[in-house]
Design a binder for this molecule. Structure first.
Ligand SMILES: N[C@@H](CCC(=O)N[C@@H](CS)C(=O)NCC(=O)O)C(=O)O
Length: 214
């Protein structure tokens, strides 16, 4: 049975955002059943967990004695098992992988830069000075992303892939701002991706785990 790690408790702002969500979503798209291993405070720093995830983060993916960390790697691995995530045709597959990497490497760091300022540091003087520049940069990057999407429903055309799954989770990370939603094309794209039944099931499952722990 596939097991993924997740936190038993996180503050409200992180509920629906913790990165096990994207792996749950990928598993739902692939139709692969899974269970969660919920970490208690402190578990992430125990040597046993660090041996599996060197940075003490969630999620990890475990199946029998195979363990994988980093959501990008996990989702690409699941893509090997399901065409719902990665198309079989080699070029389409490579393009889908390209969008996974673009989401994680060219978009997420800049989105998270603003998200961290807003969530963790917003009252600090340095954050007030830094935020406008960080917002300006991410908006510029998102404008290029929006242009690349154009009038297509998904980044590689008509077909949803793992690239869209990861991109949509990255674009959801600024819910309190209009940085993404101010772009009607990206706003509609996130809506389209997150309206998928597999996303709804994944989100319900993450929120359900937090509710059970309350
Ligand atoms: N690049 C990692 C990031 C994982 C990550 O940042 N996980 C967060 C939760 S969303 C976490 O475990 N944070 C706790 C920590 O870093 O100590 C991935 O995509 O798997």
């Amino acid at each position: 049975m596939i097991t993924i790690s997740a936190f038993r408790w996180v503050p409200d702002f992180a509920r629906g955002q913790v990165r096990d969500l994207r792996v749950r979503w990928a598993l739902e798209e692939a139709g692969l059943p899974y269970r969660t291993r919920l970490l208690e405070p402190g578990d992430q720093d125990k040597p046993e967990y660090r041996a599996l995830q060197p940075f003490g983060q969630v999620p990890i993916f475990q199946e029998d004695d195979f363990v994988l960390f980093e959501t990008g790697a996990i989702i690409l691995y699941l893509g090997e098992r399901s065409e719902a995530l990665l198309p079989k045709e080699p070029h389409a597959r490579a393009r889908a992988m390209q969008w996974v990497v673009a989401a994680l490497n060219s978009i997420e760091p800049f989105v998270m830069n603003v998200a961290l300022i807003d969530v963790l540091y917003k009252d600090q003087e340095w954050a007030k000075l830094r935020r406008p520049g960080a917002v300006e940069f991410v908006k510029k990057r998102l404008a290029s992303l929006s242009k690349a999407l154009g009038d297509k429903p998904y980044f590689d055309g008509d077909r949803f892939t793992a690239g869209d799954l990861v991109m949509a989770t990255v674009l959801r990370a600024l819910p309190e701002t209009d940085i993404v939603t101010g772009d009607p094309r990206l706003a509609a794209y996130v809506e389209r991706c997150t309206a998928r039944p597999a996303f709804r099931r994944a989100l319900d499952a993450q929120l359900g785990d937090f509710r059970k722990a309350a």
